[in-house]
Design a protein around this ligand. Structure first.
Ligand SMILES: NC(=O)c1ccc[n+]([C@@H]2O[C@H](COP(=O)([O-])OP(=O)(O)OC[C@H]3O[C@@H](n4cnc5c(N)ncnc54)[C@H](OP(=O)(O)O)[C@@H]3O)[C@@H](O)[C@H]2O)c1
Length: 315
């Protein structure tokens, strides 16, 4: 495993973390023992960065993650990140929502509290929720403040509201077939020394090679209407998958490992948090670190993936 500093903090996190949205009905890991086995294997293979959110299973993911960390006795060796929904951002709800997350995670402090998405329809002023978050840092219940799905302009505004703290990370969609974060978000993060935490780094499993245009299942989970798997898009995605398979054979790696390796080598501010539904998947994903695609192969994947133009206008 390789490790990088989280933004400007002193915390070193594994370049491959674990996303735990899977611990919910949305993805289907609703059995605690299975969730615990995933967390345990993640830790065994060097993962020390765990991402959850209040909305994942309405608290189930936080509960499972916190319980597993406690039972495994690994609290002092891991970095726990969670998120407050964009609808929980009035001053009082930031405090109340954080208290609830702390309780579900069974922690004294949350290492990284992220604003899950900007307030869209509640009209909360940016400085109101940023001031509440800074207060929680001052009180020692949050260590660092992060955001998710924020445009650079809004991060500028958020930072301007903070007296002593700064936004240390932005968690955004970033994978080989959805690379829009490269246009503004990653250059901005590089300039300011923030981390970019890549969500859906495997395009929700589409880049793992196990789904083909011929055997695309009718998903019963969160992917049922995901544009990546739509017939207008998936054949393009599959062109990238074919190259990932070829490269995997060359390097003795799986397509998922190649796809994740490409991301962590695209910028030294990027950390990936693939979700896993089994200990085997998490172990495989951890194997994306510790080696490097050649520059030539990295560029080949970049060029082929540049030809993918997903549409979200699917109906
Ligand atoms: N901040 C945000 O707004 C936001 C949004 C979305 C996600 N996230 C975070 O990002 C994390 C990851 O994103 P994601 O869950 O959307 O997508 P993802 O990591 O791209 O894909 C995860 C899915 O891919 C499959 N998979 C994973 N590893 C595999 C392997 N080695 N081999 C074969 N299949 C494998 C599994 O599903 P199957 O086995 O069923 O195919 C797994 O559930 C989430 O857990 C969450 O923490 C954040």
């Amino acid at each position: 495993m390789d490790y990088r500093y989280l933004g400007t903090t002193e915390m070193k996190v594994s370049v491959v973390g674990l996303g735990t949205w899977q611990f919910s009905e949305s993805w289907g890991v609703t059995d605690y023992e299975r969730a615990r086995a995933i967390v345990e294997r993640a830790f065994q293979v060097g993962i020390n960065f765990f991402d959850t959110a209040a909305i994942y299973g309405k608290g189930k993911s936080e509960e499972f993650l916190g319980r597993a960390i406690k039972e495994l006795g690994i609290r002092d060796d891991v970095v726990v990140a969670t998120k407050l929904p964009g609808s929980f951002l009035s001053y009082r709800d930031v405090i109340k929502g954080t208290l609830r997350s702390l309780k579900r995670l069974d922690l004294d402090a949350i290492d990284l509290m992220q604003v899950h998405w900007p307030p869209c329809w509640h009209n909360f002023p940016t400085c109101e929720y940023m001031a509440a978050l800074e207060k929680l840092v001052n009180m020692g219940v949050i260590r660092y403040i992060g955001v998710s799905n924020f445009a650079p302009e809004l991060i500028d505004s958020a930072n301007a509201c903070l007296a002593r703290e700064e936004v240390v990370s932005n968690q955004v969609r970033y994978n080989l077939v959805e690379k829009d974060a490269e246009k503004e978000i990653i250059p901005y993060a590089e300039y300011y020394g923030m981390s970019v935490i890549a969500w859906s780094p495997l395009a929700k499993g589409a880049l793992t090679g196990k789904y083909t245009p011929e055997n695309l299942p009718e998903f019963a989970d969160v992917r049922s209407d995901d544009p990546v798997f739509h017939p207008e898009n998936f054949p393009q995605v599959y062109e990238v998958v074919k190259l990932l398979k070829q490269m995997g054979e060359k390097y003795g790696k799986s397509p998922a490992q190649v796809a994740l390796n490409w991301l962590i080598n695209s910028s030294d501010v990027v950390i990936v948090i693939p979700g896993a539904k089994s200990p085997e998947q998490v172990e495989e994903n951890a194997g994306a670190a510790g080696w490097k695609l050649s520059l030539e192969d990295w560029v080949k994947l970049d060029e082929v993936s540049d030809r993918v133009h997903l549409t979200r206008v699917t109906w």
